[in-house]
Design a protein around this ligand. Sequence first.
Ligand SMILES: [Cu+2]
Length: 136
Amino acid sequence: MVKTSSKLRWEVIAGVLVLLTLAMFLVPRLDGMVMGNDTNTILIRASIKEAGGFDKRSIEVNAGEKITFDIYSMDMTHSFIINDDRLESDVDTGPIHTGEHGTVEVVFDEPGEYIFRCGVYCSDLHGAMTGKITVL
Ligand SMILES: [Cu+2]
C-alpha cells in the first residue's frame, strides 16, 4: 500500500510538471489568439510634416476586419483622426504627446478610400499631415 501511494504521488508530480511545461508553451499562444493577431495592428509613427509626417501614408486593410491603429508621436503632440460618413462614428485618438502611443480600433465596413489626418495643429504644414487607407 505504501509503495503504491508513493508511486502514485510521483506520477501526480510528473503529471503536474508535464502540464506546467505545456502551459509555458501554450499560454503565450493562447494569449496571442485572445488578444488578436498583430497583423491587424498597424503601427504608425507621427512626426511633423517637415520631418516626414506619418511614416505610413498608404495603407491597405480588409473590409469588416477590426483594425487597431497604434500611433506613436515622435516629436511633438499629434493625433490620428478619420472623419467619414461611412464610419459609424468619427475616429479620434485624442492628443498623443511626444513619446507616447495612442490607439484606436476601427472596422471599415465599406470598401473604398479613407483619409486620415493629424487633428492637432503641429506645424505650418500640419494640414498636409495626411494619409490614405484603402479598404479592400
Ligand atoms: Cu498636426
